[in-house]
Write a protein that binds this ligand. Structure first.
Ligand code: ZN
Length: 156
């Protein structure tokens, strides 16, 4: 079968930025399994996979608008260093705010810390190498739930 609405698809992938740096990869892990057509992956990825079949290998270049969105400067904020108490703060650290938003520390000054609430891949062009490992039809349960269930109908 080919990848279409309600297919359960397993893929291996490697994600690089435009400089060729690897940002993420399923290499050495189980393939990523997802239910196609339910918004479980970024739009550009699902569009690129549509119509592909098992064994297909291809490259996908995805713009931010079909990936993790453009960077929103309003989500970049300076907060006083004292807000972190005695905790040591270094760039790259991530925190959850009280609203559940994940922010990343981008700069640590003497008195203030710059935090960025954008997705780390916002504004980044994504270069995927993809290989389709397996395709099967989803069960009615999976379709109604909008996600993949494990081998024993395991529910998560
Ligand atoms: Zn479920």
């Amino acid at each position: 079968m080919i990848i279409s609405q309600d297919a359960v698809v397993s893929i291996h992938y490697t994600l690089r930025d435009n400089g060729g740096k690897v940002l993420d990869s399923s290499s050495g892990r189980d393939p990523l399994q997802y239910l196609h057509g339910h918004g479980n992956l970024i739009i550009g990825m699902e569009e690129g996979l549509e119509g592909k079949k098992t064994g297909d290998e291809f490259d996908l270049k995805i713009s931010p608008e079909k990936g993790y969105g453009e960077k929103n400067d309003q989500l970049v904020q300076k907060v006083p260093l004292t807000a972190f108490g005695k905790q040591e703060v270094v760039p790259g650290m991530q925190f959850s705010t009280q609203k559940g938003q994940v922010v990343t520390v981008t700069e640590v000054g003497k008195e203030s810390v710059t935090v960025d609430g954008n997705h780390p891949l916002a504004g980044v062009e994504l270069n995927f190498e993809v290989k389709v490992m397996e395709i099967r039809e989803a069960t009615p349960d999976e379709v109604s739930h909008g996600h993949v269930h494990g081998p024993n109908g395991h529910h998560h």
